[in-house]
Design a protein around this ligand. Structure first.
Ligand code: TXA
Ligand code: MG
Length: 339
């Protein structure tokens, strides 16, 4: 199949709508990362998404809407917490897990009786939903296990020949995927951290919000988890990644003593010169938004360099940094060394 890569404009958006209506899969921009979009109620379209990504069958997709009326048939009821959060954070990078409604096929939810919904902020994504009249299911548009794509070229590299169209709307603003929160129970619980933090959500709801323990820890492969996505290897470049938790002087020493052939460093802006091996920055040291914005593209750069071992600086675990930490420890297969 030929994969068209078109700049976002009226014509390409129209083509995207037609393809989605026909049950095809389209690479689309969002404000978090690029997604692979297909009609949320068309089993064949959703099967194509799983196939293109090589995604495990038990990992459900997020449904994207462009206005609140669309919620009616997608969920069986809107819990009070969901109403408050939607009012406060939509459109934006927050996915809310609610009870599944009737107009979503089982493939989207991987057989669960709940569904994750979000209203993206990106104008192109919203126009595609609005003009097609179809809420789309969309996982991140990477091959399963690889870093999520933050530009159209990343999508092209992973999906060339597998999907008919990718819409290019420049670099994704956030750079990491949406916060995922479940409001199915009395105590809301964050299943995946993101730009919308626990503190922001607690302030909006006026009550305590839990964080799933898997957010900062590994998961046994066959164990039951609240969010299936948590148990899979994720965001991994081809190289082995090891996070070193400690100050820069110790980091430099550790790298000097433990580097092998084809080793690189994943560091903060301005630190690149401190190493005698290749170093890529993933953002400013005390700016968690810039780290979120750059992390996945930096991981992809390391792949392009062909390195086999990467030593990474360790992010903090508060605020937006928790989301960066959550992605980086998964890309490192949970290998963190305290130095
Ligand atoms: O920012 C985003 O959320 C991007 C853009 C494209 O919107 N999408 C995205 O989708 O990151 P994906 O499929 O890569 O991640 C969805 C995550 C997975 O970890 C999945 O397990 C979880 O959300 N999820 C989806 N539906 C769920 C449900 N009903 N219950 C629990 N977890 C769910
Ligand atoms: Mg993903």
């Amino acid at each position: 199949m030929e994969t068209k890569l078109l700049k976002a404009n009226e014509e390409s958006i129209k083509l995207a709508c037609e393809l989605i209506k026909q049950g095809e899969v389209v690479g689309v921009p969002t404000e978090t990362v690029y997604g692979l979009a297909g009609d949320c109620n068309n089993s064949d379209a959703i099967k194509k998404i799983f196939l293109a990504k090589g995604r495990p069958q038990d990992n459900p997709l997020i449904v994207h809407i462009s206005n609140m009326n669309m919620l009616n048939n997608l969920v069986s009821n809107v819990p009070t917490d969901a109403k408050i959060l939607a009012e406060k954070f939509w459109p934006g990078p927050l996915t809310i897990i609610m009870p599944k409604g009737k107009n979503i096929c089982d493939e989207t939810c991987a057989g669960l009786d709940s569904v994750g919904i979000r209203m993206p902020l990106n104008r192109v994504a919203r126009e595609i939903i609005e003009k097609s009249g179809i809420p789309f299911s969309a996982p991140s548009a990477n091959i399963s296990g690889k870093p999520s794509p933050t530009c159209a070229q990343d999508v092209y590299n992973d999906m060339k020949g597998k999907i008919p169209l990718i819409i290019d709307d420049g670099t994704s603003d956030a750079g990491i995927e949406s916060t995922v929160i479940s409001v199915l129970n009395e105590k809301p619980i964050i299943l995946r951290p993101g730009i919308i933090t626990k503190e922001m959500i607690e302030l909006a709801l006026g009550k305590e919000v839990l964080i799933a323990k898997e957010v900062t820890a590994g998961v046994e492969n066959d164990s039951k988890v609240l969010s299936p996505g948590m148990k899979y290897k994720h965001y991994s470049p081809n190289a082995e990644v090891i996070i070193l938790n400690g100050e820069i002087d110790k980091f430099i020493n550790y790298v000097k003593n433990n580097k092998k052939e084809k080793t690189a460093v994943l560091c903060y802006d301005g630190e690149e010169e401190l190493f005698d091996i290749p170093a890529i920055s993933y953002g400013k040291k005390d700016d968690d938004y810039s780290q979120a914005h750059n992390l996945f593209s930096s991981l992809r750069k390391l792949d392009e360099m062909g390195v086999t071992l990467v030593f990474a600086r360790c992010p903090k675990t508060s605020g937006v940094s928790l989301a960066v930490y959550n992605r980086l420890i998964r890309s490192a297969g949970f290998k963190v060394i305290n130095i």
